[in-house]
Design a protein around this ligand. Structure first.
Ligand code: NAD
Length: 361
């Protein structure tokens, strides 16, 4: 594994640091000794991993809206980051049907504002825009989508992320490609299109693993509304380690910057019902679920796989924790949470275990 201690002492800005993935990423970065500024709205859930993870006191945490360009630019100007991870988003498909305009404003204009801040902040050298596997035109087909395929997400969330990709492509071409004659500055910029993540500390609505944990805590049977929909599930540390690797490597070798899929192996693309079965296997007594398929629910893509050959070719990447282990780790975390245990120590234990087992980079 490429040595992520490279981040020690580096100035890093993370948007969306109060969210599920952002909190795990911030904990990883502070463990590595990075000097982190976070820019985000308050945690989107209650309870929230952010308030349990003991990261707020270790970073410069700024509560702000990515739609507020002036405020975000002020934070960039003051913190002078070298590395930027953009995770802030309205990330829930069902909410995007209820609030399409807000979803586009946050996910598209938020990305424009972020890239403007990068353009106007000379210290920035490396940027990663976190989008999603849902950016592709989903043809409900068997084989996985490659990075050069058509971007045209169906619902407002997925589509806003397709737009966020296109905005990034234009900024790369227009402002961040080296051109000595015109004096254009080089900034290495990539996007990462990850599949659905699971892991301890996710409290979002409408996601299967948080629903399992909520059912366990109430002693209730879980109703699964779409048990046959297949998704590329992976443990949250999987894409986060890839994000850290891309931003580190592209700063040293801008030739590797680009657009990367980050998903599980085909055998780990399972349906929601199988995921609930795995949760039951690892939890043991006290958890069960039933099929409650909904008629007339808003459209959600039924089948989606990613082709991750590019990531394998460039970084020698391979999956570290398969779906069974990812669920086992989520269950371990959830037990610590439900028993009122030490969440920061559990996060560090899982991060260290994951990084020891990861072999690419
Ligand atoms: N969770 C997944 O399965 C998954 C899969 C693929 C991609 N992603 C992407 O990863 C990123 C993080 O997702 P997550 O699961 O941690 O979501 P989350 O809802 O837990 O976190 C979202 C973060 O964005 C912030 N935010 C929302 N609107 C904002 C605004 N207008 N201004 C500033 N901050 C704002 C929230 O406060 C929070 O910190 C998102 O970009 C999402 O699209 C998530």
């Amino acid at each position: 594994m490429r040595d992520l201690n490279w981040y020690k002492g580096r100035k890093v800005l993370v948007t969306g640091h109060t969210g599920f993935k952002g909190t795990w990423l911030t904990r990883m970065l502070t463990d590595l000794g990075a000097d982190v500024t976070g820019y985000s709205l308050a945690s989107p859930t209650d309870p929230a991993l952010f308030s349990m993870a003991d990261v707020e006191g270790r970073i410069n945490s700024v509560i702000g809206d990515v739609r507020d360009m002036d405020h975000m630019l002020k934070v960039f100007t003051e913190s002078r980051p070298e590395i930027v991870f953009h995770l802030a988003a309205q990330p829930i498909v069902r909410d995007s049907y209820k609030e399409p305009r807000y979803t586009y404003e946050t996910n598209v204009m938020g990305t424009v504002n972020l890239l403007e801040c990068v353009r106007l902040t000379p210290s920035v050298k490396s940027v990663l825009n976190v989008t999603t596997d849902k950016v592709y035109l989903n043809e409900e087909r068997e084989e996985g989508y490659r990075e050069d395929e058509k971007l045209d997400g169906f619902d407002p969330y997925s589509n806003s992320k397709s737009c966020s990709e296109l905005v990034t492509h234009s900024y790369k071409r227009s402002f961040f490609t080296p051109d000595m004659e015109q004096g254009i500055r080089t900034v290495a910029v990539s996007t990462a299109r990850a599949g659905n993540v699971i892991g301890g500390g996710d409290f979002a609505n409408d996601r299967i693993v948080p629903d399992c944990v909520r059912a366990v805590s109430k002693g209730a049977k879980l109703e699964v509304r779409n048990p046959y929909s297949v998704r590329p599930y992976q443990h949250v540390l999987e894409p986060l380690t890839v994000y850290l690797t891309i931003c580190m490597c592209q700063e040293e070798d801008p030739g590797i910057q680009g657009y990367y899929n980050v998903g599980p192996d085909d055998c780990d693309c399972v349906n929601t019902g199988t995921l609930a079965d795995l949760f039951a296997k690892h939890w043991g007594e006290g958890f069960s679920w039933e099929n409650k398929s909904e008629a007339g629910a808003p459209h959600e893509a039924g089948f989606l796989r990613l082709n991750c050959d590019k990531l394998k070719k460039v970084f020698g990447w391979k999956v570290t924790w398969n779906i069974d282990k990812a669920i086992a780790k989520t269950v371990e975390f959830s037990r610590v949470y439900l028993e009122g245990g030490d969440i920061p120590s559990e996060m560090d234990r899982q991060i260290n275990e994951f990084l020891k087992e990861a072999t690419y980079g």
